[in-house]
Design a protein around this ligand. Structure first.
Ligand code: DMJ
Length: 572
């Protein structure tokens, strides 16, 4: 028998198919092997930082890796002029608290349990130390609340012995010490509070937008866990007041006075002093399931895109006029693409992320401030204090797209950190990115965020089967249906006059001066929003293209990816 005429062609096609299947599975196993290798590299980084902290600094706050000593820095965080430093304060084991959730993510239950027991027996907040409310909230309260939720999750089996809510007891004690800060005519909290004595005499009334607008995740969670509504209520009252202070352009300033409710600094952007305010509007919506937080975020997001965005870059602008003020890239802004992924604007996220990574590659790490208009580094802010924001956005983008390019980015970040910042005694901040001269400080967020996001980029098994939202300090909070409940009437932003006025206003495109035409989908659903994502599903992922609305930058219809995220997938 002769083979069929097209035998050789079939054979060729078959071998081609086999070859490509082989190549595909080879490249898949290649990338799985790479992810495993990288995960181990990050694990080693974390333990190099952690073990050195435990050896040379614990139970003080942070490690000084060059001198293998410590700093009791909780009272110094945000305290640029280092004023009113405590005389008799010997630390709160800040780095240990910040490491708790990372230990769980890396599967070290034994060390987690050991840490929890130590904290429950030794940690006290009854100390004469003036601390920054925002910093203490995101690092300490957030670290404790998150670790408590993990410890009390029976499926995690983190404890050999019994867990008796010790972390929640500590968190509640801290939360109570926060409350006097909110006792102002406006409900906006003081930026500073003494943990033992409350608000100090003649305390400054100046604070920042993020200082009063990013408390709701931790304090809201504390209320849900304790049944005491005071924490959530104080954080919401502050947020409501802040919201009422937005300009007619729906913009916010950077600093304000808590006594008068007047703005001090009218210029703002998406970086320092404001960043986590935007972040918490969206994350509060996800954690507490309230539509109103989404509306607030959505309206602010559009204003940000309209007045701050310039191509893939973001500059600052005056909240009253919308006119550009400072053309600067700052290291903190690099979290924004991650937030854009959460809200489904992946195309825009990807383009900004690429620019941040480009700057990282150029300098080896991300400089604190780069002057876009002069194409040069800021003369005094040339440092890189081991910040996590680029790794964080890379993690989110990889989750959404599974594009192996983000694995390459992660690898490059890991290599730079090891090359430039690793020293015998831990990881040191970079003082000057032009010389790579180091500074004697290992910030606690290096363990809470930088290592965590890099680890999760290469191994996200911690997240399988559960939905988590990460606080601005990288502490995971599970998204629980039981928390998605109605708030008291007075707390619902739609009842606020300002929100009613806004609901009546037209929705416009995120693209400056451009409005996407409203469109009716096949299902009959009418979309006007530039970045609509259906809220029908609790995990905020899409099921079909119809969940995805239109893209903010091009007004083109978006599609739902295989990973369940909305995006402008060119090839679909
Ligand atoms: C962290 O403490 C938090 O991410 C905060 O929101 C701002 N950035 C630092 C780390 O860079």
């Amino acid at each position: 028998m002769f083979p069929p005429r097209n035998y050789s062609a079939s054979c060729f096609l078959l071998s081609l198919l086999l070859l490509s299947t082989f190549t595909l599975s080879l490249s898949q196993s290649h990338s799985a092997a790479k992810k495993k290798r990288m995960r181990e590299k990050v694990r080693q980084m974390f333990y190099h930082a952690y073990d050195n902290y435990m050896t040379h600094a614990f139970p003080h706050d942070e490690l000084k890796p060059l001198t293998k000593s410590f700093t009791d820095s909780l009272s110094e965080l945000g305290n640029l002029k280092l004023e009113h430093l405590p005389r008799d304060y010997s630390g709160s084991a800040l780095t240990l608290i910040e490491s708790l959730s990372s230990l769980v993510i890396m599967g070290n239950n034994t060390e987690f349990e050991r840490a929890v027991l130590w904290l429950s027996e030794n940690l006290t907040f009854d100390v004469d130390a003036r601390i920054n409310l925002f910093e203490c909230n995101i690092r300490v309260l957030g670290g404790l609340v998150s670790a408590h939720l993990l410890a009390s999750d029976p499926s995690k089996k983190l404890f050999q012995g019994a867990y008796n809510n010790q972390l929640l007891v500590l968190a509640e004690d801290l939360g109570k010490r926060f409350l006097p800060a909110f006792n102002t005519p406006t409900g906006l909290p003081y930026a500073w509070i003494n943990l033992k004595y409350g608000v100090m005499e003649n305390e400054t009334t100046e604070t920042s937008t993020s200082g009063c607008g990013s408390l709701i995740l931790e304090m809201g969670a504390l209320s849900k866990l304790t049944g005491d509504p005071r924490y959530e209520s104080a954080a919401l009252r502050a947020l409501r007041k802040l919201w009422s202070m937005q300009s007619s352009l729906k913009l916010f300033g950077t600093t304000l006075d808590v006594a008068t409710g007047q703005w001090i600094e009218y210029s703002s952007g998406i970086g320092a002093g404001v960043d986590s305010f935007y972040e918490y509007l969206l994350k509060a919506h996800i954690l507490f399931g309230k539509e109103d937080f989404w509306r607030m975020f959505h309206s602010s997001y559009i204003a940000v895109q309209k007045y701050f965005r310039h191509g893939p870059w973001y500059h600052e602008a005056d909240m009253r006029t919308g006119r550009a003020t400072y053309w600067q890239l700052t290291s903190l802004q690099a979290f924004w693409p991650g937030l854009q992924v959460l809200m489904g604007d992946i195309f825009a996220a990807n383009s900004s992320h690429r620019e941040f990574f480009h700057v990282w590659k150029r300098f080896g790490v991300l400089p604190e401030r780069y002057l876009l208009d002069h194409q040069m580094l800021h003369p005094t802010e040339k440092y890189y204090p081991l910040r996590p924001e680029l790794a964080e956005s890379t993690f989110y983008l990889y989750q959404a797209t599974k594009d192996p390019w983000y694995i390459e980015v992660g690898e490059s970040i890991v290599n730079s950190l090891n090359l430039y910042t690793k020293v015998e005694g831990g990881f040191a901040s970079v003082k000057d990115v032009t010389t790579m001269q180091l500074e004697d400080h290992q910030h606690s967020f290096f363990l809470a965020e930088t290592c965590k996001y890099l680890y999760l980029l290469f191994d996200d098994s911690f997240m399988l089967g559960s939905n988590y939202i990460f606080t601005t300090e990288g502490h995971p909070l599970p998204v629980l249906n039981t928390w998605h409940e109605e708030l008291p009437e007075a707390y619902i932003p739609t009842n606020w006059t300002i929100m009613k006025r806004q609901a009546a206003a037209n929705r416009v495109s995120a693209m400056s001066l451009q409005e996407c035409p409203a469109m009716t989908l096949n299902s009959g659903q009418h979309i006007e929003s530039c970045c609509h994502i259906s809220d029908a599903r609790s995990d905020h992922r899409c099921l079909t293209d119809e969940d995805c609305g239109v893209d903010a930058t091009t007004c083109r219809r978006r599609s739902c990816s295989m990973a369940g995220y909305c995006g402008l997938w060119i090839f679909i």
